[in-house]
Write a protein that binds this ligand. Structure first.
Ligand code: GDP
Ligand code: MN
Length: 387
């Protein structure tokens, strides 16, 4: 689960990390009022689940209330398009109006899980800010890492090493940076984050160390023990297909390719994606309809897959163990009648009641339905259809 910057900032404040004052607003008038409350120059920032806002013009320094008014009007009435959004962009519903700060240096600080070492890792860089991806690609040595124990946390000697890597020597700044690094590591562990990042952490000309942007993702499987994080959930920002799937008890994850997948069982769904890739195709989603799928559930799965405009072909791969092939056949027929197959749907069925399922499909004579004799045949056929 993702949260907004303003929510991540609050978690940082609660952990003792210095963060400038700010207010969250949903209208132009409220943005102007917030400017008056905060005073001086403010920075107006779109609150969306995508980065690259600075480059897209959705982080704006506003010295006066009329400038805040114009920035708020622009952000609330234009979709934000950045490297992370895709060309259609995303609508902005909330803005953060924050006290602006003068910046002498921008640092990067982030914690992720290192799956290879099976332990969290804190990464820091003196070259923080909007170019961090390029820094990581061009000069990986500019990013210094410390792996820490998931129960013991970030140790003092590690904090010292990381602060040294940031080039901070002034006593007050070292102390402040220590609060930031420890606070971030603690949030990561205590709240079961999959990502906790401050970019940039800044040094002001007066020598203050402040977090002015924050990003946090949380492990969905651990949300049950964090009522406070669950309460931050903003469903309006999530992929609507993923929300629909959740409501129908389907495990669905949207991907970038053009071959929709409808499979029963997570392992089989992964194998299906692998074989699509092996045949030169790209899956548009991961979808596990589960073992005890109903006709209604399977129809909803078709609706979700076919509603994705990227999908140019569908691969249905069902091994009827608990799920019955005739249930899927029934859903295929109903979905074909309801939504109509505008793209080819390649079907591989095997297992319980497969003969009956094949007869049902044959007599239904569905337009654009392509039967396959096995999984390899199915993957080849669907890849050929979308090529
Ligand atoms: P992102 O582009 O989505 O990561 O948004 P950020 O909040 O990181 O802002 C992008 C950039 O805008 C930062 O790297 C800063 O250079 C600049 N910026 C953001 N807030 C301030 C501020 O208060 N003062 C100044 N001078 N620059 C800021
Ligand atoms: Mn940032």
């Amino acid at each position: 689960m993702k949260v907004h910057e303003y929510q991540a900032r609050q978690l940082l404040r609660d952990a003792g990390v210095p963060v400038p004052r700010s207010e969250v607003v949903e209208s132009i008038e409220a943005a102007v009022a917030a400017h008056h409350h905060i005073g001086g120059t403010v920075v107006v920032k779109a609150q969306v689940f995508a980065g690259g806002r600075g480059k897209a013009g959705f982080v704006k320094l506003c010295p006066t209330p009329p400038e805040t008014e114009a920035a708020a009007r622009f952000m609330l009435s234009n979709r934000m398009v950045s490297k992370q959004t895709g060309p259609e962009g995303i609508a902005v519903k909330k803005l953060l109006v924050a006290e602006a700060v003068d910046i002498s240096a921008e640092y990067y600080v982030g914690v992720v899980l290192d799956r290879t070492r099976r332990t969290p890792v804190m990464m820091v860089s003196r070259e923080g800010g909007v170019e961090i991806e390029e820094v990581a690609a061009r000069n990986p040595d500019a990013i210094v890492k410390e792996w820490f124990h998931p129960h013991l946390g970030l140790q003092s000697f590690q904090v010292a090493k990381l602060i040294d890597a940031l080039g901070l020597v002034d006593k007050g700044q070292v102390k402040a940076a220590g609060l930031v690094l420890r606070g971030l590591a603690r949030i990561f562990l205590e709240k079961d984050c999959s990502l906790a990042e401050i970019n940039p952490l800044v040094r002001t000309p007066a020598g203050q160390i402040l977090a002015i942007d924050a990003k946090m993702n949380f492990d969905d499987s651990a949300l049950f023990r964090h009522a406070d994080i669950q309460a931050m959930h903003d469903p309006t920002e999530e992929n609507s297909a993923e929300l629909r799937a959740k409501a129908a008890d389907l495990t669905y994850i949207a991907l970038d390719g053009n071959i929709g997948c409808l499979v029963n069982g997570a392992g089989l769904a992964m194998a299906t994606m692998d074989i699509i890739k092996l045949c030169g195709g790209e899956p548009a989603n991961f979808l596990d309809v589960g073992g005890s799928v109903t006709t209604e559930g399977a129809i909803e799965a078709f609706r979700i897959i076919l509603a994705d405009p990227k999908v140019k072909g569908v691969l249905v791969n069902i091994f009827g163990g608990i799920a019955k092939c005739d249930t899927i056949a029934e859903a295929l027929i109903a979905a074909a009648q309801e939504v109509g197959f505008k793209v080819p749907v390649v079907v591989r069925l095997e297992g319980t009641n497969v003969e009956r399922a094949r007869e049902m499909l044959k007599s239904a004579n569905i337009d654009r339905l392509v039967p396959a004799k096995d999984l390899t045949d199915a993957a080849r056929k669907v890849c050929a259809q979308v090529a």
